[in-house]
Design a protein around this ligand. Structure first.
Ligand code: 13P
Length: 248
């Protein structure tokens, strides 16, 4: 079976101030590390430079929360994947449900962003997840696999791709699917990846769970066969909680 390094990723979303970013990063640097576990922080754009400088000598990785599909041009307010690479990022989240909802990003937009990430040498964390209504209709597996099929660029190497399953109804709500439900969705995602890219790549891609992950439920979620880490929002804003998840 493929060895997959666990990835514990913090998505700060539009939170933190300069001072908070500094205090939080300082707290995270106290993490002793764990063999086979990689820690990633994804601050808002303005703090990428300062946070990157603070973690430069540590094992903590830097990532961004989105990128534009193009490398440059007249796109006011947007940021290219190449710029993120320049700032020391090694990851970028694409297709988060908040981006899909707030900015109308479609699967093909997300696919182009993931391609841009690869072009710039970044690992793309492609997010998918069903809404509560879709879940209630029993459509979770078809929604998630359709979204993923449309959001993945051709020829993604396993090392440049991470998939995050984030049920929209579990984000910031304190609710989570059962561990069995999470494993079922992750197994379907793994199946799709193997079908599309072959078993070697498909089994090498890391699959993260996201949505109300905390130190108290992380152990059970992270023990599931096809869960290779977490994408954490709220609990990534407290060093103690984020480290608690990384240690779980
Ligand atoms: P919460 O951990 O706050 O539920 O957010 C999850 C998320 O959206 C991470 O990208």
């Amino acid at each position: 079976m493929a060895q997959r390094t666990t990835l514990i990723a913090g998505n700060w979303k539009m939170n933190a101030s300069g001072e908070m970013a500094e205090v939080l990063t300082d707290g995270l640097k106290a993490w002793a590390g764990k063999p086979g576990v990689e820690m990633l922080v994804c601050p808002p754009f303005p703090y990428l430079g300062p946070v990157g400088a603070m973690i430069a000598e540590s094992d903590i990785k830097l990532g961004a929360q989105t990128c534009h599909a193009n490398a440059s041009g007249a796109h006011t307010g947007d940021v290219a994947a190449e710029m993120l690479a320049d700032l020391g990022c090694s990851y970028v989240i694409v297709g988060h449900s908040e981006r899909r909802a707030d900015h109308g990003e479609t699967d093909s937009d997300v696919c182009a962003q993931a391609e841009a990430a690869h072009r710039a040498g970044l690992c793309a964390i492609v997010c998918v997840g069903e809404t509560e209504a879709e879940r209630d209709e029993g459509a979770t597996l078809s929604v998630v696999t359709d979204q993923l099929a449309g959001s993945l660029p051709e020829g993604s190497p396993a090392t440049s791709l991470v998939v995050a399953y984030e049920p929209v109804w579990a984000i910031g709500t304190g609710r989570t699917p059962t561990n069995n439900d999470v494993q079922d969705v992750h197994a379907a995602i793994r199946g799709l990846l193997c079908e599309r890219f072959g078993n070697e790549i498909g089994n090498g891609v890391r699959l993260l769970y996201g949505g109300s992950m905390k130190p108290t439920n992380a152990e059970g979620l992270l023990a599931l066969q096809d869960v290779d880490g977490g994408l954490i929002g709220g609990a990534s804003l407290k060093a103690e909680d984020f480290i608690g998840i990384a240690d779980a």
